[in-house]
Design a protein around this ligand. Sequence first.
Ligand code: NAD
Length: 486
Amino acid sequence: MRSIQNFINGEFVAAESGKRFDKRSPLDNRVIASIAEAGRPEVDAAVKAARAALTGEWGGLSTDQRVELLYGVANEITRRFDDFVEAEMADTGQPHHVMTHAFIPRGAANFKVFADVVKNVPSESFQTPTPDGRGALNYSIRVPKGVVGVISPWNAPFLLMTWKVGPALACGNTVVVKPSEETPLTTTLLGEVMNAVGVPKGVFNVIHGFGPDSAGEFLTQHRGVDAITFTGETTTGTAIMQAAAKGMRDVSFELGGKNAGIVFADCDFDAAVDGIFRSSFLNSGQVCLGTERVYVERPIFERFVQALKAKAEGVKFGRPDDRASNYGPLISQEHRQKVLSYYRKAVEEGATVVTGGGVPDVPADLADGAWVQPTIWTGLPETATVVREEIFGPCCHIRPFDHENEVVALANDNEYGLSTTIWTTNLSRAHRVAARVEVGITWINSWFLRDLRTAFGGSKQSGIGREGGVHSLEFYTETRNICVKL
Ligand code: NAD
């Protein structure tokens, strides 16, 4: 069993209080790690170390030197690829190929891409006329915001955490990271990487624990934190925003979603079935960008439902390192109870269960794991609980539609606005519909096709701000304007 410590000022340290908590495997509910829970003293020490680092060696580095260090971090992650894959599989229970194709390579890419962004970004300048005719020159410089608090979730832990830490460090900030209590391993491993490549002490700190009355809350309340970047549930975002209001700290929020998939009858049918299958069921449905509401044009509705059902029934549950399996469990027993309660609610509210709706048969050694069946419903009104609320499980409701305007209205009739996926071969219609769906990210004939230079974030209750490419610089730096009278 692993013993996991906090990482403060370049050292792995336990908590002064001696408090620890257990991490259980989603596969079989066995305890796989004991984690030191940071109290206020550790959070304070981490924030102080991060502040001191701002004016130490780190603060004196040129952009080029910082960029080189971040390239070193990316290369070291790649060198220790197998360690990261193993740790992330242990935490999440998700299949090996998801780790090797997405979660871990994206972690390394997050350092490289933002190193390139800061190296190449131009600064703004204006030549300003003045009454004396000699003019003035206005130009801007970007400076780091300071100590950034990073609070991350469990669903794609390494990818989502580095998506914040990469740009924060590229811009010259220092960070204190509070990973999810469900997935502490890869963030801790990143501490080893930072030391190995010579990132100065205090630049990257990790504190472990929970949200309320624990490390998460202690961090967001700490007045030594200059800005908070958070990915997680909308209700948690509300609590963090209240904490950030004291001291006027800036926030960047990537929050929940209840995303619509829109399938027109003229789509490439097999590609659309594949795309919706991935968007509803990848990572056992635990993807913020996932599709829990699917709208299919009536002429292909029945055929589409049957094709998606066949794919959902074809998944093979098993351990991540068992290459014959391709499907993992939910993150925890607690989350499983929540998802299963939605499965029951769907039936109570009159859903037709096309497939799933319960717990799959798994081998005896996995019987205590957080397994649920991929589930498809039809026949519910838009007011049904499972059509309105984010479930964050492997499930979707499919409803037929007849007109373009109707499907746009259906897609928009939700308090969230994170992403959508549209399937059609009529490109004019694709552009038209894309412009009208109230979300931050739209994919046409694809899903989760990411270019890290693009703007990423949610509308409505799905977030505040945009990150990605130069958009990340808006959050992780302060722009200073300098006016020179000529
Ligand atoms: P969560 O909000 O429960 O927890 C996220 C993090 O916040 C954890 O580290 C947790 O310990 C911490 N936390 C909880 N309460 C806190 C508090 N009061 N103060 C400070 N920290 C606190 O979310 P989760 O269950 O880990 O993740 C799933 C959610 O994340 C879903 O809603 C999903 O849609 C969302 N998500 C959004 C995106 C996006 O890009 N928009 C990406 C991934 C996940």
